[in-house]
Design a protein around this ligand. Structure first.
Ligand SMILES: Cc1cc2nc3c(=O)[nH]c(=O)nc-3n(C[C@H](O)[C@H](O)[C@H](O)COP(=O)(O)OP(=O)(O)OC[C@H]3O[C@@H](n4cnc5c(N)ncnc54)[C@H](O)[C@@H]3O)c2cc1C
Length: 294
């Protein structure tokens, strides 16, 4: 099924993001989390693409395996960093052969150690170019793109940024999934800015339940620019041990979800970090058995 069809539902769609293992042996562990989370009746799942395409084959393998074993719709992430047009074409051909019909089209970050973006030879500059390329060659594919409620670190000009986002939608993107955020007001403001910029596709809210102090520090590095609200920081500063830390963050994420559902969002994308534990806790706190009760 195409994600754009799922997003036509009257209740919020729930999606889970997984990342592929670095080795063959890691598949079973991830698959355990996938199977557990199926109890929550997600609308679809997505699988990330390693930085610079490092886990390219594993992404496709995991997408196909989840699709086959669970029957769930799965979105395959694809970045154009470090790839030529011909390489992207061959990835798209293989994806089409495997029955993949949903792609999250991204540019990806510059390779490690580089802060300035350089277009790969015979490659693409921006995600918008990848979106047009997919749309032209595989018009049946449903395309999602990334959005940044708190801004993308490489574009401090917030007006330009909305123009660039609109270019992705004008090139054929069907929906936007946001970077994680901890204050829903940033998301609602972003949605309003999208409307004002003439972007009318569904915007899916990206939420990540952080569970450890180390994880928080790591996310601050990976999702640069993400604001950790004072209320959250004050609470975790008081956490006496890891258990309390997790409890506080899970409650924070549950409150984000409760508020998003109350405000009729089109979709919620949960960054699972390949673990089901925190997600089950969130659902318990919300008092819902699964996503059909949203
Ligand atoms: C939901 C989500 C999923 C992700 N999944 C992955 C993944 O699986 N693998 C991975 O490696 N990374 C992933 N990322 C990270 C993403 O690849 C990086 O954040 C990347 O830096 C931006 O990608 P983009 O697709 O938004 O790029 P773009 O939309 O191309 O934007 C990149 C930068 O260029 C600027 N820009 C865009 N167009 C122009 C223009 N015409 N002129 C000048 N500047 C311009 C933008 O403002 C931005 O600063 C994900 C991010 C999100 C939010």
């Amino acid at each position: 099924m195409l994600v754009k069809e799922i997003l036509n539902s009257t209740r919020p769609a729930l999606s889970f993001e997984f990342f592929p293992p670095k080795t063959e042996a890691g598949f079973d562990k991830i698959f355990q989390a996938v199977s557990d989370l199926m109890q929550l009746k997600p609308s679809y799942a997505s699988v990330t693409y390693g930085a610079g395409g490092s886990t390219r084959d594993y992404t496709a393998n995991l997408v196909v395996r989840i699709q086959k074993e669970t029957g769930l719709t799965v979105v395959s992430h694809l970045t154009c960093v470090g790839s030529t047009r011909d390489e992207i074409m061959s990835i798209l051909e293989k994806s089409a052969e495997s029955g993949i019909e949903n792609i999250l089209a991204l540019r990806g970050d510059p390779p490690k150690g580089e802060t300035v973006w350089k277009r790969p030879e015979n490659g693409f500059d921006y995600a918008a170019d990848l979106v047009s390329f997919i749309n032209k060659n595989y018009p049946h594919i449903c395309i999602g793109v990334a959005g940044f409620p708190e801004g993308h670190p490489l574009t401090p000009n917030r007006l330009k940024e909305m123009e660039y986002l609109k270019a992705k939608v004008d090139a054929g993107a069907d929906y936007i999934v946001t970077q994680l955020f901890f204050d829903n007001r940033d998301f609602y403001d972003f949605c309003e800015r999208c409307e004002l910029a003439g972007i009318h596709v569904p915007v899916i809210a990206g939420v990540m339940p952080i569970t450890t102090r180390k994880g928080m520090i790591r996310m601050a590095q990976l999702a640069e620019g993400t604001r950790f609200p004072a209320g959250l920081l004050r609470s975790v500063a008081r956490a006496e041990n890891d258990e309390y830390f997790e409890e506080i963050c899970v409650r924070w994420a549950a409150e984000q979800l409760r508020n998003l559902v109350y405000n009729n969002v089109r979709g919620i994308h949960l960054y699972t970090l390949n673990s089901s534990r925190a997600i089950f806790k969130i659902f318990k706190l919300l008092g819902v058995r699964d996503a059909t009760q949203f």
